[in-house]
Ligand binder design. Structure first.
Ligand SMILES: Nc1ncnc2c1ncn2[C@@H]1O[C@H](COP(=O)(O)OP(=O)(O)O)[C@@H](O)[C@H]1O
Ligand SMILES: [Mg+2]
Length: 250
């Protein structure tokens, strides 16, 4: 059964998309069959793979126009693309019966074609994120090491608890990790201590360092392994992937 992991944090710019792209690419390199779902109207994940005018998108699928249509972007790696149109979906779907389950229903027939399905959520906690959390087995939260990073988390934990109670009893936070980390900064080390105290064994040992190659790769339509395999970014995301596989597969 394909494992479905939603990557969410309603704060923007924390590394959700970068992490879904590069964890996805890393797991694919490690031989797993991976599907990435772009659930964000900004379509950054889609663009990160150089997919510009996708024929099929999550938007039309959510509206019932077609099934989920994966686009192959590399060996073992498919994506469900997004477009700006998706920004209208929350309003358009808001009065549908069972609106929180639309994506779960779409994913059902194809999830077992994959070992892992990773969902890149938008920077909000609206209906698109709820659809992702309803379909997910697990929730990963990327964080930037700032003082306010933890404060903002109460909201996403509240939403996770509600989804768990009403829509998806299996949903759990199973992974928290720090991105854009600079170990020379005392602030960063302090925030990591706080995160460890709060989330304990949910926190991954791997910290994703601040690395310019990670910011450059999307403009070339490449993941970090194709863009610069020798970068810190590639090293960190590969390490994170291996940690994920140990947790998932032992
Ligand atoms: N570890 C990192 N080092 C340097 N830049 C990063 C790193 N992670 C993400 N970025 C850059 O920071 C910005 C925000 O990251 P992104 O993954 O788009 O965040 P989100 O999806 O949470 O909004 C992007 O321009 C991205 O390229
Ligand atoms: Mg994003």
């Amino acid at each position: 059964m394909g494992k479905v992991i939603a990557c969410s944090n309603h704060k923007g710019g924390v590394g959700k998309t970068t992490s879904v792209v590069n964890v996805g690419a890393g797991l694919a390199r490690l031989g797993r069959k991976v599907l990435l779902v772009d659930m964000d109207p900004q379509a950054n994940l889609t663009q990160s793979f150089g997919v510009n005018k996708p024929e099929y998108t999550i938007y039309e699928a959510l509206k019932g126009e077609h099934e989920l249509m994966p686009i192959e972007v590399n060996d073992n790696l498919d994506i469900i693309a997004s477009t700006l149109d998706l920004s209208g979906a929350e309003m358009e779907l808001s009065s549908e019966a069972g609106r929180e389950y639309i994506f779960t229903e779409l994913l059902d027939p194809i999830r077992d074609n994959y070992d892992y399905v990773l969902i890149d959520c938008p920077p909000s906690l609206g209906l698109l994120t709820i659809n992702a959390l309803t379909a997910a087995d697990e929730l990963y939260i990327p964080l930037q090491p700032h003082y306010l990073a933890i404060k903002g988390l109460t909201k996403i934990i509240e939403v996770k608890d509600k989804v768990r109670k009403r829509l998806n009893r299996k949903l759990e936070i199973t992974g928290v990790f720090v991105t854009q980390y600079d170990k020379r900064k005392i602030l960063h080390r302090d925030v990591v201590d706080t995160i460890n105290t709060y989330f304990q064994d949910k926190v991954f040992d791997t910290k994703i360092r601040d690395n310019i190659a990670l910011a450059e790769a999307p403009s070339m339509g490449m993941d970090i392994f194709r863009y610069n395999e020798k970068s810190y970014g590639a090293e960190d995301y590969l390490k994170l992937c291996k940690e994920i596989l140990v947790r998932q597969e032992g």
